[in-house]
Design a protein around this ligand. Structure first.
Ligand code: ZN
Length: 116
């Protein structure tokens, strides 16, 4: 289950992004963007995140996961399209020479700190 490693990274980065003068705060929400190719199962990620963040400033924080579609570009004819299934050939010319433009990312967009 690679979600555990990802959850640890997310917790680490989110913790580091809490300003120094706000160490006693509670984080309410962590906004993530996850590409579909990252193959993250949101429920697993939330579960792992919950375990890791127990008794930290992130305890109880909601993980908001936005899935980024996989966008590919054909190197032969320059067509760009969104890949819906496990098909990695060009829609137009059927070339297999395809570049992935997005869908692999895993970014923390922002964290939201609870108002005291
Ligand atoms: Zn093509």
């Amino acid at each position: 289950m690679h979600e555990m490693g990802i959850a640890m990274q997310v917790a680490e980065i989110a913790t580091a992004s809490i300003p120094d003068n706000m160490k006693d705060v509670r984080v309410e929400k962590v906004n993530l963007k996850v590409g579909r190719l990252a193959a993250v199962v949101p429920a697993s990620l939330r579960f792992c995140f919950e375990i890791i963040t127990k008794d930290t400033a992130l305890s109880g924080a909601e993980l908001h996961i936005e899935e980024i579609p996989v966008v590919a570009r054909c190197r032969e004819c320059d067509t760009e399209w969104t890949i819906a299934g496990p098909v990695f050939t060009c829609e137009r010319c059927k070339s297999g020479s395809v570049e992935i433009l997005s869908g692999q990312e895993l970014n923390i967009e922002s964290i939201e700190i609870a108002d005291e």
